[in-house]
Unconditional design. Structure first.
Length: 131
């Protein structure tokens, strides 16, 4: 039997935690990309992998470092959007800490931190570990 619990560890790391029915949740599971980053301004999911989330946001002068880090993850790459205007169309690579005045950027962030849960309680995800 599979058990699903919904809750928040911290305001920035809400999500579902699944258990295997043995009485305890699998707390080391990372949140879904939508659960972890879905509250970012202009969020549009592009794709989700077991350890990575790629999504489009409206940065409003913030960086992908800000978007990822503020939600318990870590920026792995950042891109402007291409000239086509299509959602999730990768443009030129930019630095994760670049504060862009673009309408749309595409952030590639860790799913959780280091393949586990997202950091919370003032900790930052750095090199796949909450510090």
């Amino acid at each position: 039997m599979r058990v699903i619990l919904v809750g928040c560890v911290a305001l920035a790391a809400c999500g579902t935690v699944e258990g295997d029915g043995d009485g305890g949740p699998d707390i080391d599971e990372p949140p879904t990309c939508v659960d972890q980053y879905g509250d970012a301004t202009g969020f549009v999911p592009c794709f989700e992998e077991s350890v990575r989330c790629v999504f489009q946001v409206a940065p409003l002068g913030s960086s992908c470092d800000d978007v990822c880090g503020g939600r318990g993850g870590e920026c792995e790459a950042a891109h402007g959007s291409d000239a086509s205007g299509a959602e999730c169309a990768l443009g030129a690579a930019v630095l994760c800490d670049a504060r862009l005045e673009l309408d749309v950027v595409i952030c590639e962030c860790s799913r959780g931190c280091g393949g586990g849960v997202a950091c919370s309680g003032g900790l930052s995800c750095e090199g796949g570990a909450c510090l």
